[in-house]
Design a protein around this ligand. Structure first.
Ligand SMILES: Cc1cc2nc3c(=O)[nH]c(=O)nc-3n(C[C@H](O)[C@H](O)[C@H](O)COP(=O)(O)OP(=O)(O)OC[C@H]3O[C@@H](n4cnc5c(N)ncnc54)[C@H](O)[C@@H]3O)c2cc1C
Length: 274
């Protein structure tokens, strides 16, 4: 950030979007990643911390709406959340200081293998509202992650809100790290809509072992119309590794990553059984 000569802190979303229209501008959310950047591309930082309208969590139009500037601490502290896995995922991020600063928008826009929240958001069918000063578009998070946030989100656009459909479902998130402070080695999340014991719709997602968190559409579709049994859990947790393009990780061999994913997916499916 050594070429930055301007630091602005707009009080409203329209002014922030206007500021981002100027070349060389970049949005600053929690700053946990951006403050470490050595990029020389940027000349102006647009601090979003005054945008109170982006710090709300609301239930509207049969969906949960979460502002992009909601911190992990805020998410972890929501009482009676319709999605307890949001609390679990946010509180799994170490440490308190990082949780206080890291925002929903930053977690999505950062686009690295170790982000935890997007694993859960993918499983929950999250939609993302992207806005610039003259237009807006709502896209599935999976679409952004099938590309890469740095390619998909234009430099004058902000993630302003995310939407999670409210439906009767069961969901689960599990994560493995070598120590409490380490980045994730492997994680998995799932959401199932069931009719009795039978799966009507299911999303399984993973993180840590691929360049970005991703959904597992093939194994998920194989589960539709079935009851989750111990045999199915064994089959799916083994089968899912065929769908994953594992990234190299100096901390773990591919065989170890596969074993971890198998355990994470099994734990998620066990939770979705009940
Ligand atoms: C030591 C350490 C450990 C961490 N461990 C974990 C962990 O275990 N799990 C985990 O999930 N995260 C972890 N994080 C956080 C994670 O790595 C990122 O730093 C974080 O997600 C970035 O969020 P932020 O709000 O701080 O964004 P910033 O650092 O402010 O911004 C990051 C990028 O996102 C862009 N951006 C931010 N908000 C928006 C928006 N609304 N619209 C468009 N673009 C936007 C910025 O322009 C910038 O390019 C850790 C961070 C640190 C420093």
């Amino acid at each position: 950030m050594i070429n930055v000569t301007q630091f602005v802190k707009p009080d409203s979303l329209p002014s922030a979007l206007e500021e981002l229209n100027r070349e060389g501008s970049i949005a600053l959310a929690g700053g946990t990643s951006l403050s470490l950047s050595k990029s020389k591309k940027y000349t102006k930082v647009v601090n979003l911390s005054n945008l109170t309208e982006l710090k709300k969590i609301e239930t509207k139009n049969n969906r949960l709406e979460i502002g992009a500037m909601v911190s992990m601490t805020q998410l972890a502290e929501v009482e009676d959340s319709p999605f307890p896995i949001l609390r679990k995922t946010a509180s799994s991020i170490y440490s308190t200081a990082i949780r206080n600063m890291t925002t929903v928008g930053g977690e999505i826009a950062k686009g690295v293998y170790w982000v935890d929240l997007p694993v859960t958001l993918l499983a929950l069918d999250t939609q993302v509202l992207l806005q610039n000063s003259s237009s807006s578009r709502t896209v599935a998070l999976s679409e952004i992650y099938n590309s890469h946030p740095s390619k998909f989100i234009n430099s004058n656009e902000l993630i302003t809100k995310i939407f999670i459909p409210l439906q009767k479902s069961t969901s689960s998130f599990h994560k493995f790290t070598k120590t409490q402070v380490d980045y994730v080695l492997a994680s998995a999340a799932g959401k199932a809509v069931k009719d009795g014991n039978i799966i009507k719709q299911i999303n399984l997602s993973i993180g840590g072992v691929t360049p970005l968190p991703c959904l597992l559409p093939q194994v998920s579709s194989q589960l539709v119309g079935k009851k989750i049994t111990d045999e199915i859990i064994e089959e799916v947790s083994t089968e899912c590794c065929k769908e994953i393009k594992f990234k190299p990780d100096f901390r773990a061999s591919t065989e170890y990553q596969k074993s971890l994913i198998k355990v994470m997916i099994s734990r998620v499916l066990q939770d979705l059984q009940s």
